[in-house]
Design a protein around this ligand. Sequence first.
Ligand code: NAG
Ligand code: NAG
Ligand code: NAG
Length: 579
Amino acid sequence: MEIALAAKKKNRARRHLAVLLLLLACACAGIAPASGAGGRWDLQQRSIGVSAMHMQLLHNDRVIIFDRTDFGHSNLSLPDGRCRVNPRERVLPQGDCTAHSVEYDVAANAFRPLFVFTDTWCSSGTVAPDGTLVQTGGWNDGFRNARTMPACSDGDESCDWSETQDALSANRWYATNQILPDGRAFIIGGRRQFSYEFYPKAGPSDTSVIPMPFLVQTRDPEENNLYPFVHLNIDGNLFIFSNNRAVLLDYSSNKIVRTYPVLGDGDPRNYPSSGSSVLLPLKPNPTEAEVLVCGGAPAGSYNSTKQQGGTAGAFVPALTTCGRIKITDATPAWVIETMPSPRVMGDMILLPNGAEVAIINGAADGTAGWESAKTPAYAPVVYRPDHSPGDRFEEQNAAGVARLYHSSAVLLRDGRLLVGGSNPHTYYNFSNVQFPTDLSLEAFSPEYLDASNDMLRPRILDPSPTGAPATVGYGATMAIRFLVPALARRRRGGRAGGLGDVSVTMVAPSFTTHSFAMNQRLLFLDVTKNVAVRGRAGAFSASVTMPATAVLAPPGYYMLFVVNGHIPSEGIWVKIQAQ
Ligand SMILES: *[C@@H]1O[C@H](CO)[C@@H](O)[C@H](O)[C@H]1NC(C)=O
Ligand SMILES: *[C@@H]1O[C@H](CO)[C@@H](O)[C@H](O)[C@H]1NC(C)=O
Ligand SMILES: *[C@@H]1O[C@H](CO)[C@@H](O)[C@H](O)[C@H]1NC(C)=O
């Protein structure tokens, strides 16, 4: 994979050609029609039998999906007459022969049931550097468990979850995980857990739990401090947002190294007043990093959804505001921006072009929690961080399905978002309720996937998108060949369209649940060479430099995309590791 940057002189002439093409193409890109509201919805599966409360894409292009085990019977049987007989199960202790997890194969649009033994309700996860999903916590008999799910090989039907009982030191229900540069998971919070811990443990006697007073300070009567938003900063510290403010934690010495101001007027942004948050795309060798937090619910909203003294609950309109902050600043300040509409329980997903953030799912009124929201927010919104303020949000085409509490979304390697779930009830309730438990999977295709962009869409030729993931080291150079169809059709003397502003991005797939995409990370790679390939019209050969350190990109599997203007290619999997 790695190529030496030799023969520079020979390349120089070709580079001049590429620059010329680029300039011509930029001129073309300038007259390309601006697209209005866009995006397309496609139903993938009417029912996968379980509700997609938690989702994680693995590097075999399968999405691991699970909900909770104590909802009663799901709509999917376990294979071979298998049943789960768990005396600690609350609803079906005599036995449950249905599945509560599935493996969804993106390319085949097919799924198979998986077997989880203990309760995974409101849990969290990371993908270990070897590509195995490490899910932690849950409820009841699953409070302290760790479960692993590998990226299974084709046709291996016996490939399934493994569980380790009491692997954690504290109960982790509504906790957040973040992968660290050393590959371990940092696990923070959860209901009545004002602490953090690491997994895997240093050894069998390691039961350490480190108190986190910040979680006590940000606890309010509604407990709006659950599922804190955690982002790994470029200085190696952890940005931790809970309720309405954040701190920067040096986890190796357990010191708060920066305290951020309260966001806006102090309304809560974490569960149950669930907003969402992303670390915005990082530039090559970044010197700054920014975080965006969007939506949430005014203080008191959760309580007001409950009946009080005989009066029916009220669903308060959700927040319309976002806060954006440079977390690397010594004197950081939030800048407030306003979304086109209010939203609680939105999922924020970084799109692979590095130029857009999708805000999808959720509701306009109420909060997270059982029976606590109405007015589904059907239309996703795209946020463009590099546009000027006031010109950043654009509403997209609306979905047909309400995705309220316990819905989720993840980015796929083909650039679509897989969207599923929604179950605001304590059981599977398919009828006689306003918002029935949803078992479907949909794909949202952002505007860049429109067929009208096909000629401009780069296609990666090498490494092969269907081959094994390419392994790369930190700071290493990687060679990529790609094709832009519009340029292949170019005639001598004709116009060179297509190769606009080419960039290369690398995206860590998220563990999404409860409106937060944990471990999500997008890095722009430094493109050190980008030249036309002789004798193959429309083909280009590029070199990119991988991130220099594991602080910038924790080890493991990422999707790499070539982006022409704002149009991403289909991604390829790369595995970054110390070499
Ligand atoms: C789930 O199964 C029940 C019982 O067979 C059926 O009534 C219901 O329509 C199914 N729901 C979905 C969403 O597939
Ligand atoms: C919400 O309700 C709980 C339980 O009734 C109560 O203790 C708390 O003070 C209320 N919080 C707010 C913000 O009204
Ligand atoms: C949901 O289903 C359960 C079990 O079938 C039932 O007891 C409950 O009343 C239903 N909930 C609603 C809101 O209808």
